[in-house]
Design a protein around this ligand. Structure first.
Ligand code: PFF
Length: 463
């Protein structure tokens, strides 16, 4: 089954860096702090950690093993392992890739302007933006298209260069820098008075304060943040060598992603709690906390804020870039494997199509009326960008994830799973980790995902 000429990660940590790069992104630095805030902290964090272990970890293992077993991208991988219809998982993944890339690049583009503004403020003094400035900024269609283009172009360049010279070389630099910046920022905020309130808020669970939808929201977010349900981990797993431990790699990626998400909360909340009276009035929108409240506080309330601010937005930009890289790679690897294109052809065609979707998203934030008002999922989700986010996070990823659990848990030959994971004692008995994995992938994960899907059908929004 091995493909002789398929690229492989060169270094032992090549997979971990690339997969963590995919997982760590706007989901950790933008979405998680926001949803944790709105779900009142402690209890939500605990539920989230449980979901990551019970659902995220086994699906991560399942996706990697499909990729590593076949050394193929998701569609041919599923065709090799299962009866015909299962390749739908791969096609759905590619479609989800276009959907997510089509709005993620727009939001990622905002980090570029935030960074530039911060550099200006750090050197020539802070001038608070006028009320409504952010609305005006996102309503500027040509600017939004340009920013999304810059982001898409950077992503395209990396994918153009291939697995080793592109993805591996880039994430090898980005990930250590990102972790370094993150830890530096955590240390910096530890000197602020708000740290005690932050730890209490995050690690002191009070289930009375958890909104009823919190559990399902935690499960839904686990998919998005770990890049599960659309074939990223199948694709990256397909470049993994035989000698590597799937379990160890999966645990590392899940751990690092969670670590970054918690650190992001510590950084943002400590800044918020350190500014008197701000905690009550944190901007109510998802974008508000990261792009409006935070820069203002950094420059007005926080010692050394002028140093922290630009560094922080580089961190967010790097994190977003290593995620968009993985989204485009899923699309490109399918074009190469299935449509027999060269990498360069596949990269240009894949990113051009994704960019066309981005244009619609970029114009849907006020610039063009019909795109801004376009509503498929009803009130509160108007506009192309919100619609795509809702579609991917609430429908496509959970459905993709559910299919993976059913395939690996119930359909795929048990021997293949055992061979790939290799979790057996010398006497041939399965290790506890294997039994746990088997139970989670067959029962816990599919049942929890079904609960999410039913909740979504009944009208709950996780995006
Ligand atoms: N995991 C990324 C984040 O947390 O921002 C987003 C993402 C990347 C989702 C790749 C899905 C994916 F396939």
């Amino acid at each position: 089954m091995e493909q002789a000429n398929r690229a492989q990660w060169r270094s032992k940590i090549g997979f971990i860096l690339a997969a963590t790069g995919s997982a760590v992104g706007l989901g950790n630095l933008w979405k998680f702090p926001y949803i944790t805030w709105h779900n009142n902290g402690g209890a939500f964090v605990l539920i989230y950690l449980v979901s990551v272990v019970l659902i995220g970890w086994p699906i991560m293992m399942a996706e990697i093993l499909i990729g590593r077993k076949t050394h193929e991208s998701p569609v041919p991988a599923m065709e090799k392992l299962g009866p015909k219809g299962w390749s739908i998982v791969g096609w759905l993944g590619v479609l989800t890739g276009f959907v997510i890339l089509g709005y993620y690049t727009v939001i990622a583009g905002w980090t570029i302007t935030s960074f530039i503004s911060c550099i200006q403020w750090s050197f020539s003094g802070y001038t608070p933006p006028a009320d409504g400035a952010f609305g005006e900024f996102i309503g500027n269609g040509p600017l939004q298209i340009l920013l999304a283009f810059i982001f898409m172009a950077a992503t395209t360049l990396v994918i153009w260069k291939g697995i080793n010279k592109g993805i591996e070389a880039t994430t090898r630099i980005l990930m250590p820098v990102l972790l370094g910046i993150l830890i530096y920022l955590v240390i910096m905020v530890m000197f602020l008075p708000g740290r005690a309130d932050t730890f209490k808020f995050l690690f002191n669970p009070n289930f009375g304060e958890l909104p009823s939808t919190g559990i399902l929201e935690a499960v839904g977010h686990a998919f998005f943040t770990l890049s599960l349900g659309m074939g990223v981990m199948i694709t990256y797993g397909s470049y993994m060598g035989r000698g590597e431990s799937i379990t160890r790699n999966a645990v590392m990626v899940v751990f690092l992603d969670t670590f970054v998400a918690i650190c992001a909360c510590i950084i943002m909340y400590t800044i918020i709690f350190s500014a008197p009276g701000v905690a009550e009035s944190v901007s109510g929108s998802t974008v508000g906390m990261l792009f409006i409240t935070l820069p203002d506080l950094l420059y007005t309330e926080i010692p050394f804020g002028h140093i922290i601010a630009p560094i922080f937005y580089i961190l967010v930009a790097f994190a977003a870039l290593s995620s968009t890289i993985s989204l485009l790679e899923v699309i490109v690897s399918l074009f190469i494997d299935k449509l027999k294109m060269t990498r360069h052809q596949a990269t240009i065609i894949g990113s051009s199509f994704a960019f066309i979707v981005s244009i619609f998203s970029a114009l849907s934030l006020g610039a063009v009326g019909i795109f801004s008002k376009f509503s498929f999922f009803g009130e509160g989700k108007e506009g192309v960008l919100s619609t795509l986010d809702h579609l991917a996070a609430n429908w496509m990823l959970p459905v993709g994830g559910l299919l993976i659990t059913l395939f690996v848990g119930w359909k795929l030959d048990k021997k293949i799973v055992e061979e790939e994971l290799g979790l057996f004692n010398e006497d041939g008995s399965p290790k506890f980790t294997y039994q746990m994995f088997r139970f989670f992938i067959r029962f816990t994960a599919p049942i929890a995902i079904l609960a999410v899907i039913i909740a979504v059908i009944l009208g709950k929004d996780f995006s």
